[in-house]
Design a protein around this ligand. Structure first.
Ligand SMILES: Nc1ncnc2c1ncn2[C@@H]1O[C@H](COP(=O)(O)OP(=O)(O)OP(=O)(O)O)[C@@H](O)[C@H]1O
Length: 360
């Protein structure tokens, strides 16, 4: 699966652009502030219905404009699929797949699996468990059709449970909800655990190439201690939950542990090595998706050359190309990418003040 055609209208500084990307490696280059990241952001927005840069979606709508429009033709094995998205300043969003309006953004995510690697991707390692949980859940969502509904139910019940805790409900009232929570929570945890196991198998080879002398361990933490059943935990921790006004532990606290020897990865690795670790995780995730459900992800790599020496740029580009997926990389100087490749990129785009031109 790849983007065959992409139209971007009134998105950040891009007033109107049309791209016919290659299904292989696409290089986007241009000066600071020219609009390179905005192209990647537009592709991500089309796949996720939100930005990877800002929580406020209206910020991506071009100043002075009321809406943004994104349109793509996806090349799938079965043929071309049309995906269109329009986002209005008042928050409304219209999404159509092959002309049919869709209500749930998860359908979009299912149609267009995207892996993004930006200089800010370090947040996967540094900023609390939420990002790491989202990383696991991306894979769990794509690999098991039961995950989405089970996780949506866990979140819904958890919200309800927390409201009851805040109003001081007795355990006998909460117990009814806990039964449901235990059922869905067990399924979510099982799918996540299996996913991290499969991911580890993929990761070994990639980490072996990127960080050959480093002993990286990736493990799953389910969100509560490994010896206690979830039902028991919820009962035991009720007095503490009541005092805190929320559920202290459970599947909503799951995490991905990344360690080097006895240290958290972020304390043991250099910035370049951390970037390689994040890339390894994303590449492993894409490869696993291909293996599990036969779908290719689209890779968006912003400012690929930063933090990496020539040898590691080469390694990363090779690993990306071995996924067989469509890849978009940005750089300020094209030579920073071209010099690390044995064959030139399949397509090169230059961006200047939001204008995109293809370099023949
Ligand atoms: N809503 C908006 N409307 C118009 N322009 C915007 C909007 N939001 C951001 N911009 C501008 O878009 C430009 C493009 O930014 P972008 O981050 O895509 O550039 P870049 O080429 O990736 O730069 P760098 O190499 O510095 O990362 C910036 O100059 C920014 O000021």
């Amino acid at each position: 699966m790849s983007l065959h055609r992409l139209h971007i209208d009134t998105f950040r500084n891009i007033h109107s652009a049309q791209l016919l990307p290659s299904s292989g490696l696409n290089l986007i280059y241009g000066d600071n502030g020219s609009g390179k990241t905005s192209i990647l952001e537009a592709i991500y927005f089309l796949g996720m219905g939100r930005s990877f840069r800002s929580h406020l979606s209206q910020r991506v709508i071009q100043n002075e404009q009321e809406q943004l429009t994104l349109f793509a033709q996806l090349q799938k094995e079965e043929g071309l699929l049309k995906v269109g998205l329009r986002r209005y300043r008042n928050g409304d969003i219209d999404v159509k797949i092959d002309g049919e309006r869709i209500k749930r953004l998860s359908v979009l995510a299912e149609t267009l699996p995207i892996q993004v690697i930006t200089p800010e991707s370090f947040s996967l390692l540094f900023e609390g468990p939420k990002n790491r949980r989202q990383f696991i859940d991306w894979g769990a969502f794509h690999s098991d059709p039961q995950f989405y509904l089970a996780w949506a139910n866990v979140r819904k019940i958890m919200k309800h449970r927390n409201q009851m805790l805040k109003t001081g409900s007795a355990y006998s009232q909460i117990q009814f909800w806990d039964k449901e929570l235990v059922n869905y929570g067990a399924l979510v945890t099982e799918i996540r655990m299996q996913y991290v196991d499969s991911l580890n198998a993929q990761l070994k080879g990639i980490i072996g190439e990127f960080l050959p002398r480093v002993d990286v361990k990736v493990s799953f933490s389910r969100g509560w201690d490994s010896k206690t059943e979830l039902s028991q935990l919820l009962e035991n921790q009720y007095p503490r939950d009541l005092a805190s006004g929320f559920t202290v532990s459970g599947p909503h606290k799951a995490d991905l542990r990344l360690r080097v020897g006895n240290l958290p990865a972020q304390d043991a690795l250099s910035r370049g090595q951390l970037k390689l670790l994040v890339c390894a995780l994303r590449i492993a995730q894409g490869k696993l998706l291909k293996q599990q459900i036969g779908k290719n992800s689209i890779y968006l790599v912003d400012d690929l050359p930063s933090e990496l020496d020539a040898q590691h740029r080469q390694l990363l580009l090779r690993q990306l190309s071995e996924t067989g997926a469509q890849v978009f990389v940005t750089a300020i100087e094209p030579s920073a990418i071209v010099d690390s490749l044995q064959t030139p990129p399949s397509k090169v785009f230059h961006v200047e003040q939001g204008q995109v031109t293809v370099i023949e």
